[in-house]
Design a protein around this ligand. Structure first.
Ligand SMILES: [Zn+2]
Length: 248
């Protein structure tokens, strides 16, 4: 399948033009025209590129790309990464905030779907846009029960701040989402699910009496990448997920 066809599908499907992002979303590195296979991964790094090359993929779609606002210097690690892609004819496509926020395949709706919830209310104001989602259970649930479900689904050990009561209203912001704790408290959220813990958020969460589950920056952001992979597969191209966890 032609690279241009996949890129234009992704640009439209992910509504790239709606986002004001620090990531340069879209096709960041242009390789050969014909795509055999598309590799999906969370991070643009040499290990992902090498694994993609080994499985004969010549387009890599990632959540965290290589170009954030612009390239200052093409040297050191950046040089080696770009050299590997260019020498192997591999294209790199990045989707950062558009893949957090997407209503069908975004990291945040996928986090809620683990619990049987959905993208009902936009949540998580970031640079003037809502990148997360909020929903409610019909009946309040125990935090422990929710933790078990998330750990089983993501295959991680979570960090939990158990500062609230039973959980009815849930919000999700993957990755570094602790910035949304104040908004969650204001909106009466009982549980915020995010990726990485942030020291400065601890006392805010405690005083705001809110529960927070940190399920890992990497793990929470595999969800959108994998869901997007399912959509791209339906275009009729081979796809494969390349798992390179950071443990964070
Ligand atoms: Zn991230």
């Amino acid at each position: 399948m032609e690279l241009a066809k996949i890129v234009s599908f992704l640009d439209n499907y992910l509504e790239l033009e709606k986002f004001n992002d620090v990531s340069n979303n879209g096709l960041q590195v242009e390789g050969v025209k014909d795509i055999n296979k598309v590799a999906f991964a969370v991070d643009a790094c040499i290990e992902v590129f090498e694994k993609a090359s080994m499985i004969d993929a010549n387009l890599v779609v990632v959540h965290h790309g290589l170009i954030w606002g612009g390239i200052d210097y093409v040297r050191g690690i950046t040089f080696k990464r770009l050299k590997f892609l260019i020498e192997n004819g591999i294209s790199l496509y990045a989707a950062h905030l558009p893949l957090d926020a997407h209503r069908e395949v975004g990291n945040n709706v996928m986090l809620l779907k683990i619990l049987g919830l959905n993208a009902n209310n936009p949540f998580g104001e970031y640079k003037g846009m809502k990148i997360g989602w909020m929903d409610e259970f019909d009946e309040p649930k125990l935090l422990d029960e929710i933790v078990k479900t998330i750990e089983a689904k993501l295959n991680v050990k979570t960090k939990v701040w158990n500062f609230g009561n039973k959980v009815k209203r849930v919000a999700a912001v993957s990755g570094k989402g602790a910035f949304a704790i104040n908004e969650a408290i204001e909106k009466g959220v009982d549980l915020l699910i995010t990726g990485e813990a942030e020291h400065e958020a601890y006392h805010v969460a405690k005083e705001g009496k809110i529960n927070v589950i940190f399920a890992g920056h990497y793990a929470t952001e595999t969800l959108g990448v994998k869901a997007l992979m399912g959509v791209v597969e339906k275009l009729g191209v081979d796809v494969e997920f390349v798992d390179v966890p950071t443990g964070l």
